[in-house]
Design a protein around this ligand. Structure first.
Ligand code: UDP
Length: 495
């Protein structure tokens, strides 16, 4: 069944984008930003979701409605029981065991039929283009049937999109790398990439290989790639990516910059699990640049022992901090440890957020002077926009490549020193980063030493460049306009 929550003015003949996000916060959130951005530039947007995810998107729906933007949430039923999933399991962050990932992906593919039916019946102007998460390989058939382009979105930056296939593919001979073009060779040969291949291992999930193959096949057939980054940040890698894939790469970011006020920042993603006004009041009471923000995104699952070690390192650093912890529900021992003296000891300078934090609202507050991040791309680009240096703590997948970008290419961060992968759904029990390493990294980053000052200076510079790229007549701004124009022209030519 399809429910429409249409609102706002419906544009005239212009482009109509169908956005199909993967249901995981790190994939959906940037797509909500993309919807807002395209609509602000005059395009119509149909945003495909499912009932449980739609309820999480209530804040977003209300924001676009208030702003009068032509974004329509289209809710399609998600067949959990039919695929052996627990009732309501409609988001990757609700999957409790790796064994259910394949079922989840199959249930996603079953959205194809109702989506096609919806697109045929809908009353707005005909869709001009599908922008689909790369994981929704099945949208390729829909685009072909409708005769419209399919662009993919992976949620990754240009650097990791370029390098990951190379680093992942151990069978790739030097010759085949060479045949992919000189820029790629330069990129692969550059120091930031040495040693990455052992760290980018993909999550092993039995039965997932076939799905991965389909994703790759459809990726090769897609009509272009959307990247949440900006040209000036990673020029070489974006150019190389275009050369290697022979596809148009549209850099339209940092899309999080579409949030101009704390109201819309606070409704991004899940509902915050604390009082935002209180949080802002606390931040207002702190000196500019004095607080370190610690958050590991929406999926990374750090072990209880590691969390305790991290907390003790933060305590020893003596710097004010905000620490977002999601493990409480899963690991009661973490909650017990927090209550058993830690929280009391740090109460004058530490704020602990259990659950979901309004990350962008916090990160962009002037009190924040550093960011300890797991290097998910959204967090990384949000940190870049905040203009603060980072302490990198990757857990899995391309997060290790994002660390390389931040530390070795942009030179706006310090590694905390993670040497191994903490695989999602398969957390090791040992402590990988000691309290001393945390204390040292925080102390160095937040201190007045020359190295920290340089990191800060470069971070500020990239934040300025990001705003320029996103602002009027900037590179990303122009790319969004060109994208809308190109897709709109195609529709008009067909119509
Ligand atoms: N996020 C948030 N509050 C939280 C945790 C995450 O707002 O408590 C947002 C964060 O700002 C980012 C996204 O969720 O936009 C996480 O994406 P990222 O790529 O950084 O990491 P992932 O969760 O995919 O590992």
């Amino acid at each position: 069944m399809t429910f429409d929550h249409g609102n706002g003015p419906i544009g005239s003949a212009g482009a109509h984008f169908v956005l199909v996000p993967m249901m995981a916060q790190g994939h959906t959130i940037p797509m909500t930003d993309m919807a807002r951005l395209l609509a602000e530039h005059g395009a119509q947007v149909s945003f495909i979701t499912t009932p449980v995810n739609a309820s999480r998107l209530a804040g977003f729906a209300a924001d676009v409605e208030t702003a009068g933007l032509p974004v329509q949430l289209v809710e399609l039923d998600f067949l959990t029981a039919e695929f052996g999933l627990p009732d309501g399991c409609e988001n990757i962050d609700m999957i409790e065991s790796k064994g259910l990932v394949v079922s989840f992906m199959e249930a996603c593919a079953a959205l194809g039929e109702p989506l096609m039916a919806h697109l045929r019946q809908q009353q707005r102007s005909p869709p001009s283009c599908i922008i689909s998460d790369m994981m929704h390989w099945w949208t390729g058939d829909i685009a072909r049937e409708l005769g419209i382009p399919r662009l993919t979105f992976t949620g990754c930056c240009g650097f990791s999109s370029l390098v990951r296939p190379v680093a992942d593919d151990r069978r790739l001979s030097e010759k085949s790398v060479l045949s992919r073009g000189s820029l790629l060779v330069a990129a692969v040969a550059s120091p930031p990439l040495s040693g990455t291949s052992s760290l980018t291992t993909s999550l092993f999930i039995p039965g997932f290989e076939k799905i991965r193959e389909k994703m790759c096949e459809e990726e090769l057939r897609c009509d272009g790639v959307i990247i949440n980054s900006f040209e000036e940040l990673e020029t070489l890698y974006i150019e190389s990516l275009e050369q290697v894939t022979r596809k148009k790469v549209w850099t339209v970011g940092p899309m999080c910059l579409c949030h101009r006020d704390s109201n819309t920042m606070a409704t991004r993603g899940n509902k915050a699990s604390m009082d935002e006004a209180q949080c802002l009041q606390w931040l207002d009471s702190m000196k500019p640049g004095s607080v370190i923000f610690v958050s590991f995104g929406s999926l990374a699952s750090t072990t209880p022992q590691q969390l305790v070690e991290l907390g003790l390192g933060l305590e020893a650093s003596n710097k004010p901090f905000i620490w977002v912890i999601k493990a409480g529900g899963k690991f009661p021992e973490v909650e017990e440890w927090l209550a058993d003296g830690f929280e009391e000891r740090v109460k004058d300078r530490g704020m602990i957020i259990r659950g979901w934090a309004p990350q962008v609202m916090i990160l962009w507050h002037q009190a924040i002077g550093g960011f300890v991040t797991h290097c998910g791309w959204n967090s990384t680009i949000e940190g870049i926009c905040a203009g603060v240096p980072m302490i990198t703590w990757p857990h899995f997948a391309e997060q290790f490549l994002n660390e390389k970008l931040v530390v070795d290419v942009l030179k706006t961060g310090l590694e905390v020193g993670v040497k191994g992968v903490t695989q999602w759904g398969n957390e090791q029990q040992e402590v990988m980063v000691t309290r001393d390493a945390v204390e040292k990294a925080v102390y160095t980053l937040m201190g007045e030493g020359e190295a920290a000052q340089e990191l800060r200076m470069r971070a500020k510079d990239y934040a300025i460049k990001a705003r320029r790229a996103f602002g009027e007549e900037g590179s990303s701004y122009n790319n969004v306009r060109l994208l809308i124009q190109e897709m709109g022209n195609k529709t008009n030519a067909c119509g």
